[in-house]
Design a protein around this ligand. Structure first.
Ligand code: 13P
Length: 247
């Protein structure tokens, strides 16, 4: 697959001042083969509408409903109106903090996709699961619970092992690559277009470890948390993605 994706998930961080500083400090040369996008908190989407270097926008979540009486929810069509091309769904923080079920995530995926957003479906195991040697089984189950033959052709999957999120402990390139091969295998069995779904790795990605991950044959990009809050480190990760395509 000759494309790379670098999506920055700001989670509940940022401010208008930070958006301004980020926008002024972004410094990578755009490439048609590297998709770079930021998922800011929803209230800052409007302020991010003009990021330089073609940096795109993603939502951090969306409602399973098209519209209606759902206080606090944000619809897929609203995200599209603010310029989003992608939406992160099933992040482990939402699965844990908000008890999001596979069923709800599947409903959000269907709604987002029929509205025209490309879902970025997150999967990943806890440390206890990995210690028990059950990581492959659990990740396969997470995919099966949400995806089917009817799943959208346009989809990204992000492998985010929970033990690597925000801990500074990144999965090694070998661990990431091995799990991505498992995900590819499962996707190919589950969905018609599974062979071409881009696979992103997420969990303590930074400018120093990004290249090693991008050089893995089964890694097509990164979902970046903490390191995406700083425009310089985000830009370096985008550049690492470009360099991995040029090798
Ligand atoms: P960190 O890069 O901060 O570990 O976060 C990863 C993540 O959860 C991105 O969605």
């Amino acid at each position: 697959m000759n494309k790379r994706y670098v999506i920055g998930n700001w989670k509940m961080h940022g401010s208008l001042a930070m958006v301004d500083a980020f926008s002024r400090a972004l410094a990578y040369a755009p490439s048609p083969d590297v998709v770079a996008a930021i998922a800011p908190p929803h209230p800052y989407l409007g302020a991010c509408s003009d990021l330089p270097h073609g940096c795109g926008l993603a939502g951090q979540d969306c409602s399973a409903h098209d519209n209606g009486a759902h206080t606090g929810e944000v619809s897929a069509s609203m995200l599209i109106e603010w310029g989003c091309g992608w939406v992160i769904l099933g992040h482990s923080e939402r699965r844990t903090d908000l008890a999001e079920s596979d069923q709800l995530i599947a409903a959000k995926l269907a709604t987002a996709s029929s509205a025209g957003l490309i879902p970025v479906l997150c999967v990943g195991e806890s440390l206890a699961v990995r210690d028990a040697g059950r990581e492959e089984t659990v990740v396969r189950e997470q995919l099966r619970a949400v995806l089917s033959e009817q799943s959208p052709a346009s989809l990204l999957v992000a492998y985010e092992p929970i033990w690597a999120i925000g801990t500074g402990v990144t999965a090694s390139p070998e661990q990431a690559n091995a799990m991505h091969a498992v995900i590819r295998d499962e996707l190919t069995a589950l969905t018609e277009d599974g062979a071409s779904v881009p696979l992103l790795y997420g969990g303590s990605v930074n400018p120093d470890n990004a290249r090693g991950l991008f050089d893995c044959p089964h890694v097509d990009g990164a979902l970046v948390g903490g390191a995406s809050l700083d425009a310089t480190s985000f830009s370096k990760i985008v550049e690492a993605a470009q360099a991995s395509l040029e090798k």
